[in-house]
Design a binder for this molecule. Structure first.
Ligand code: BGC
Length: 357
């Protein structure tokens, strides 16, 4: 709504300036001058700007996203109610839709959403853009041709390939691998699984059908336990979402299979880092979720204050995407990873003091 009125305001100014130039004359046209500076909307009134970031489930992974949201808000001089973060307890498409509706009704400036089901969320995202709200996505991509202006997050297919290649190098003789994930609709889960399966092709690794816990950590553990008891010789396990790695780790320890069932996970929350230190998690593909939260707020702020084109170029958007990248962490690289986070000032609740690989 606000953005439309700035555009209208800018258009009115341009029309007024043009009409003040006086009637057309037959005099020679003036010498060409440099083109006028592009008009950009005036910055939002401090108290009018509001951005909402909507995640997928209550989990330390999403707390890291929230830290990024808060840090960006502070750096931009916003108050706590101008950079808002929300997640439902577990995967909950209806709750995401309801939350979108609430903030559309409030006429916020922008919404960044991680759609648990991109098809189900697209109509309400469209409703938001029709209302003049800036809509972007983070962590999990929207449908193709979505109204989402930019996706900020991991290239999930290629990150899944990285996980698959890592598993193939851990299992040179192949074997059976279980897959645990938290959604059968969210594109990040589907793309990671596809990338993983493509990367292990021809390696002698066979996979079981992925089990879906719908972002419920307790259910993820039950499923990991039952897959392992049905397949006591399981050679490997792949944890697609942040709590899947720890769920497999607990199941593997309880089954006394540390080192025998090789484990590749996603993300770098404290429980995963502890799994690497203990040697039960062989490798993890760490996303940069703090950056996803930070950049979502920053991008929407820049679009609102400087206009879409300037914001896209300042943020380095390529084909509607800001690829936040991943880090592969193993026991051998954990200390370097920690040093990298510290150098960037990214908070983490774990440390490697007193630990050696
Ligand atoms: C995914 C999120 C998911 C989270 C769950 C992450 O790996 O990127 O989409 O909500 O795990 O803990």
């Amino acid at each position: 709504m606000k953005r439309l009125s700035w555009l209208l305001f800018a258009t009115v100014i341009v029309v007024l300036v043009a009409s003040c130039a006086g009637p057309a004359t037959t005099e020679a046209p003036p010498a060409p001058t440099s083109p006028p500076e592009p008009t950009s909307p005036p910055p939002p009134e401090a108290e009018e700007f509001r951005v909402v970031v909507i995640g997928k489930s209550v989990h330390p992974y999403w707390s890291n996203v929230e830290k990024g949201v808060i840090a960006a808000g502070a750096d931009l001089g916003l108050s706590a109610d101008q950079a808002i973060f929300f997640v439902p307890p577990q995967e909950d498409v209806a709750k995401q839709i309801e939350t979108m509706e609430t903030y559309i009704a409030q006429g916020v400036t922008g919404i960044a959403l991680a759609p648990s089901d991109p098809n189900a969320l697209e109509p309400v995202m469209k409703k938001a853009t029709d209302a003049g709200i800036i809509v972007t996505t983070l962590d999990t991509p929207p449908v193709e041709d979505s109204v989402s202006l930019v996706y900020i997050g991991t290239d999930n297919y290629s990150a899944g390939q990285t996980a698959g290649e890592t598993m193939a190098s851990l299992l040179p003789d192949g074997g059976l691998v279980g897959i645990g994930r938290g959604s059968d609709t969210a594109l990040n889960a589907l793309q990671r699984t596809d990338g993983f399966l493509d990367a292990i092709e021809g390696s002698g690794i066979e996979t079981l059908e992925p089990v879906n816990d719908k972002e419920d950590a307790a259910r993820a553990l039950q499923l990991a336990n039952s897959v392992l008891s049905a397949n006591p010789d399981l050679a490997g396990a792949f944890g697609v979402y942040a709590y899947n790695g720890p769920a497999w780790a607990t199941a593997i320890k309880e089954a006394n299979r540390v080192g025998e069932t090789r484990l590749v996970s996603f993300d770098a929350t404290t429980d995963i880092i502890n799994g690497i230190k203990e040697g039960v998690i062989d490798a993890t593909v760490a996303q940069r979720e703090f950056d996803m939260g930070y950049k979502s707020v920053q991008l929407i702020y820049l679009i609102a204050t400087k206009g879409e084109e300037a914001a896209m170029s300042e943020m380095g958007v390529v084909d509607g995407v800001i690829d936040t990248g991943v880090d592969v962490i193993t026991a051998a690289t954990l200390k370097d990873y920690e040093a990298g986070l510290d150098a960037k000032g990214i908070p983490h609740e774990w440390d490697t003091e007193g630990w050696t690989p």
